[in-house]
Design a protein. Structure first.
Ligand SMILES: Nc1nc2c(ncn2[C@@H]2O[C@H](COP(=O)(O)OP(=O)(O)OP(=O)(O)O)[C@@H](O)[C@H]2O)c(=O)[nH]1
Length: 605
């Protein structure tokens, strides 16, 4: 017994697994997209195909991408609306809208919501949803989706009596070369809008019939029936009192021929429209019984506000029949019912107008706010631009000033350099390129001041070239010049550190030494004397031989006075000349001559 049960359970389990396996087929991603598109396309046309596609997608839900799942959720909720659960669908759509990421799905939700809100007479919400849709639509680059949205928008505008807008959206879609499936619906919507706008002549019957057939060929039965019924009603209204019974009968036949292939439960409103029209037509054809049957059917089955228009017409038929039968109390009852509905219809129509105006007003207010914001923004931008310009100007001024200061500094420095150069030129001997007397006075004067403060000895010697006149006389003045330069060049390039050479004038030079004692000074001078004497002046007609005499004074005897040093050195030089030239003599306060090299050849003594 237990074993039997076990086998049974095992069998059930195997069967379940097999059916699950069969249901959860491995379908590639792009095929899911195709399946979603298929479901989407048939959702308002064929419930069977729609249901099957949804079931298949649900079975494979785990394999779907996030966006595919979101779109499937959207379709599932749409299915609720399909089944007439409008309120639940609205709630679920609103929740889904807040949950999904995909703009594509968000736009679809708002588009469907706009239709559902219209069914629920929540017109403000209709126009707000449509506003969202039309704002977001340009962000999507999916042409098919755009077409779907144009259609849904046109439909919502039809439901809210904005017939011009409904026409406009149908036109936009038709101009964008839609597929036949959408083209037939767009043509039907445009035609419906024209009928409502009285924008069509009954002579255009063939064109309208073509559209009705086109919709049928695309399996768009509900739309086709809706257009047909509206068109027949329009034609009926255009008929005058004296219309032939033939034309009435033609319309009856045509109307009876509608709604044969649509789901009567799903499209209750269209069926009610058909019955209300037929009630009117049969009344016009004096077929009271049929008229009454149809009118009663409308009144009994359809007490929703969505069908008010049809119910109102049905009551009108019933009221006329009651009058004709002199049943005034019943006629009064029907009249009172009709006026209640007419009042509701008027309120509803007013609601639509107010909602549209209110959403438009909000939109305008937002636009004005935006304009104000952008104006403020413009103002800010102008201010920023001005500030930027100002700062640029300031920078330019600063740059200009810096340039001016730079130029000024350049000129000043150049002037100083020039002045220094000029000064140094004034201080230099132009022939020998060493300090002249002025330069010597300037620099030796400063040296003396500095060294006197430090107590460092300074020595000054006057070097005079012996018998230089002879060189001039014998070799010419130019040679004399050259000899002067030649002597100075050799002395200068071999001048020991701490010594300076300058030209006092003519063939007379000053040699200054500091930082060492007189003994060292005399040794240096001695070397200089020998250098002059031993210089090779080259061969010429009159061979040149030259010597120099040195008279030396020291700060030890003359102090740090330039004048005193020169005077004492001059006195010593005089002694050197007198002692025979070509020698170095140090000034002695007591007048004794102390030549360092007492080998002067032409002593005057
Ligand atoms: N070529 C040339 N000769 C100059 C220059 N300055 C002075 N002399 C000459 O130097 C000579 C100086 O002659 P004097 O004062 O008689 O002395 P000296 O011939 O050197 O004889 P002592 O000094 O007595 O040895 C003159 O002939 C001046 O013309 C100069 O710049 N160039």
């Amino acid at each position: 017994m237990n074993r039997e049960l076990l086998f049974k359970q095992l069998g059930t389990l195997i069967l379940l697994s097999v059916s699950l396996f069969l249901n959860a087929q491995n379908i590639p991603y792009q095929d899911f997209d195709q399946l979603l598109i298929k479901a989407d396309q048939h959702k308002a046309a064929s419930k069977q195909i729609f249901d099957e596609a949804l079931q298949q997608l649900q079975n494979n839900r785990t394999q779907l991408s996030n966006e595919q799942k979101e779109f499937l959720d959207y379709l599932m909720i749409f299915n609720q609306a399909y089944d007439g659960r409008y309120d639940q669908a609205v709630e679920d759509f609103e929740n889904l809208f807040n949950r999904v990421d995909s703009t594509f799905v968000k736009v679809r939700i708002q588009s469907s919501l706009s239709n559902l809100y219209a069914f629920n007479h929540n017109y403000r919400a209709v126009f707000t949803a449509l506003q969202y849709v039309t704002t977001e639509l340009p962000k999507l680059d999916d042409k098919e989706l755009k077409h779907t949205i144009y259609l849904a928008t046109a439909n919502s505008y039809l439901l809210t009596d904005r017939f011009l807008l409904a026409r406009e959206f149908s036109e936009i879609l038709l101009k964008d070369n839609p597929n036949p499936f959408k083209r037939c619906r767009a043509m039907a919507y445009r035609q419906l809008a024209d009928i409502k706008l009285n924008n069509i002549d009954t002579s255009e019957d063939k064109a309208v019939q073509d559209i009705i057939r086109f919709c049928q060929s695309q399996n768009q039965m509900a739309v086709s029936d809706l257009l047909a019924l509206n068109w027949y009603e329009y034609q009926f209204k255009q008929l005058n009192e004296a219309a032939s019974s033939e034309s009435i009968n033609q319309l009856i036949a045509a109307a009876e021929n509608t709604c044969l292939d649509i789901d009567t439960k799903q499209f209750k409103s269209i069926i009610a429209g058909k019955e209300a029209l037929l009630a009117q037509l049969y009344l016009a054809a004096d077929d009271i019984r049929s008229a009454q049957d149809y009118a009663q059917s409308v009144v009994q089955d359809n007490n929703q506000l969505g069908n008010s228009e049809h119910i109102q017409k049905a009551y009108q038929v019933l009221e006329t029949i009651a009058r004709r039968e002199n049943n005034f109390s019943l006629a009064y009852e029907y009249l009172s019912q009709r006026s209640d509905i007419e009042r509701d219809l008027m309120t509803d129509s007013l609601d639509k107008q107010v909602a549209y105006a209110s959403v438009q007003h909000d939109l305008m207010a937002k636009e004005i706010q935006l304009q104000q914001l952008s104006q403020t923004n413009e103002l800010l931008k102008t201010q920023q631009a001005l500030a930027a310009k100002e700062s640029l100007n300031q920078k330019l001024i600063m740059a200009w000033l810096a340039l001016m200061v730079g130029l000024l500094l350049f000129w000043v420095v150049r002037a100083i350099i020039k002045r220094r150069k000029l000064e140094s030129l004034v201080e230099m001997d132009h022939l020998t390129k060493i300090y002249n007397r002025k330069g010597l006075e300037e620099h030796v004067g400063q040296l003396l001041i500095r060294k006197s403060g430090q107590g460092v000895p300074v020595h000054l010697a006057i070097m005079d070239l012996d018998h230089f006149k002879k060189v001039n006389d014998e070799c010419g003045h130019l040679t004399g010049d050259w000899v002067l330069k030649f002597v100075v060049y050799h002395l200068k390039t071999n001048l020991p550190g701490g010594m300076m050479l300058g030209r006092l004038g003519g063939e007379e030079f000053a040699v200054i030494g500091h930082g060492f004692g007189i003994k060292t000074m005399l040794e240096h001078l001695e070397l200089m004397r020998k250098r002059v004497k031993n210089l090779d002046y080259g061969e010429s007609e009159q061979p040149i031989s030259l010597s120099a005499s040195f008279g030396v004074a020291s700060s030890e005897t003359a102090g740090y006075s330039m004048q005193m040093l020169l005077t004492q050195a001059d006195l010593a030089l005089y002694q050197a000349k007198r002692a025979g030239r070509d020698q170095v003599v140090v000034y002695q306060p007591d007048g004794t001559k102390i030549p360092t090299v007492p080998d002067g050849p032409d002593s005057e003594q």
